[in-house]
Design a protein around this ligand. Structure first.
Ligand code: 1PR
Length: 533
């Protein structure tokens, strides 16, 4: 019987969906005795090494896990489930299982953004072609055969990130482990899981024979975004605004009614289409959730669940991640809201308005992180890689009372000075906070990634706001996703070449089928920008 060990952090829904999609059934490890009857075991983990060890120890599962692995029965550890095989981690004071004598270390961030988020190749030591898998982690096992011969003996594949080579999968006897997430790695991930589930885990996967590394490192990511809201009939639809206005303008041909919410399709069907077309990631934003509690929004949770059952790439859900009160007066924390989305199948949550308020409070509090904001509580529970901050800035003419640094102020052609002002509630309210102040504050509070929209460019097709992206990119060390304004494939090339963002997102051109995801990737290939095939 296949068992899965869940230590309560991260999205195990993805793994369970993948296993079910491959036609296998499983049970969850609930008690130490379950290890006795398990004939194979998967331990997936996102989040922190320390909390994994503590959680397993508290539930009395750490020693049974060690005994299970030593018994020779098949084990597959994913991410933290692989790292736990090592002796220790810089992230934690607790020791790991110590089967691989090498410490897990934090990536250096002098030459690259940390966490390492996205698609990279797992380069095998034989001649098999490198496959792309999805990674999300800040700590890794460095590949250094001289310093750690025992670790090198276990190394099954390595991966290049910046100038660092790390062990991206390990294999020895009954034990297999991957730093990447096969359950989030599309078809190549499903194929790997299927091979392991089919019994190819004991010595039948390619053997490590030490060879050159052939990887090119992390790819740039193409993200398809769906803004979701109820239309006037109450159905959840994918909509798309022009500068955030999602209602139809007066239609001279009268084929649609002016004022109606634009309907560009059903969220799950569109999400499935983009997965099949090769999107690297998907994003669903519940754009009117500021009006009510997402926990009451069962249709949206059902959409996330149905999408997660159909897609095996990372899914970000945004909208309404904040402390709320249910209509019956029950208070709900932002962490509870995020947890509901994670349980439904989200891999990351995106926080908009609440991040602005949190950074304002942080600034007023002498930049002290007191652990209470939504960013902090969710990052603490699920890891910072699970927390995206979505920024909705708009250009604003500089006035004497505006408190912005000189390097955030730009002149226009007429000599006027303007800056990027943050907004909340989908652009409805401007706040006295600049985009750089928000980006830096969000990073300090624990965000793992920034989604940088532009109200001025949204839906215009004029291209990404390169000035805005460069400004944010040079202000933080976490990954930045460019959003708003893509009108053709060249706009993506420009964004990557001129601002070095990690990912670029589009909505309208994909929904209206004006540009395809493959067309964007072909243009990037031709410009020698590394993307997943
Ligand atoms: O504030 O935490 O509840 O989150 C609300 C989220 O909903 C935020 O991420 C905010 O950006 C988003 N949102 C709110 N109102 C709108 C709207 O359009 N009226 N969507 C909205 C903004 C922007 C992108 C869009 C890109 C690309 N969405 O998601 O997809 O601009 O579009 P394009 O390629 O067509 O130019 P909270």
């Amino acid at each position: 019987m296949l068992f899965i060990l869940d230590y309560g952090a991260g999205n195990v829904a993805s793994l369970s969906n993948s296993i079910k999609a491959l036609g296998y059934s499983f049970r969850w490890i609930e008690t130490p005795e379950d290890f006795d009857v398990a004939t194979s075991l998967i331990f997936p983990g996102v989040g922190a090494f320390e909390s994994a060890i503590l959680h397993l120890s508290r539930r009395g599962l750490l020693e049974p896990l060690r005994q299970y692995i030593l018994s020779g029965r098949p084990y597959f550890g994913i991410c933290i489930g692989m790292q736990i095989l090592f002796e220790s981690s810089e992230e934690a004071t607790s020791a790991g299982l110590g089967m691989i004598s090498c410490p897990i270390r934090r990536f250096r961030d002098d030459d690259k953004t940390v966490p390492h988020i996205g698609w990279n190749t797992a380069d095998s030591f034989d001649e098999s072609p490198a496959a792309y898998y999805y990674f999300v982690h800040s700590y890794c096992a460095p590949y250094d055969p001289e310093k750690s011969p025992n670790a090198a003996e276990w190394a099954h594949t390595t991966t290049l990130y910046g100038q660092e080579i790390f062990i991206s999968s390990v294999k020895k006897d009954n034990v297999f482990g991957t730093q990447f997430h096969p359950e989030k790695s599309g078809k190549s991930g499903l194929a790997l899981l299927n091979a392991w589930l089919g019994g190819k885990h004991v010595g039948q996967l390619p053997s490590p024979v030490h060879r050159r590394r052939n990887g090119r490192g992390l790819t740039k990511r193409i993200v398809a975004c769906m803004d979701v809201r109820a239309n006037d009939q109450g159905d959840l639809v994918v909509t798309k605004g022009d500068q955030y206005d999602v209602r139809e303008k007066v239609d001279p041909l009268a084929t649609t009614s002016a004022g109606a919410v634009r309907n560009l399709g059903k969220p799950v069907a569109l999400a499935a289409k983009y997965y099949d077309a090769g999107a690297d990631e998907l994003c669903l934003l519940n754009i009117t959730s500021f009006r009510h509690s997402p926990l009451q929004d069962q249709p949206m949770l059902a959409v996330v669940k149905a999408a997660a059952e159909r897609l095996f790439i990372p899914l970000t859900i945004g909208g309404g991640i904040k402390d709320t009160v249910d209509p019956d007066g029950t208070p709900r924390s932002a962490l509870e809201v995020a947890s509901a989305y994670f349980r439904a199948g989200a891999d990351k949550v995106s926080i908009g308005s609440e991040a602005v308020y949190a950074v304002e409070r942080w600034q007023d509090n002498n930049r002290i992180c007191d652990g209470t904001s939504a960013i902090e509580t969710i990052a603490h529970a699920y890891g910072r890689q699970a927390v995206v901050v979505s920024i909705d800035p708009r250009r604003k003419l500089l006035e004497t009372e505006d408190k912005v640094d000189g390097n955030e102020v730009f002149p226009d052609d007429d000599g006027n000075l303007w800056w990027y002002q943050c907004t909340v509630s989908g652009g409805r309210e401007a706040r006295p906070l600049s985009v750089v102040q928000l980006a830096r504050g969000a990073e300090a509070l624990g965000a793992g990634e920034l989604l940088v929209n532009s109200i001025d460019r949204d839906g215009t097709g004029l291209g990404f706001d390169l000035e805005l992206l460069s400004l944010v990119k040079r202000s933080v060390r976490i990954p930045v996703v460019a959003s708003s304004g893509a009108g053709n494939a060249v706009h993506f090339v420009e964004a990557f070449q001129k601002t070095n963002v990690e990912a670029a997102l589009a909505a309208g051109i994909f929904h209206r089928e004006e540009v395809g995801i493959q067309e964007v990737k072909d243009a990037l290939h031709n410009a020698d920008i590394h993307v997943r095939d």
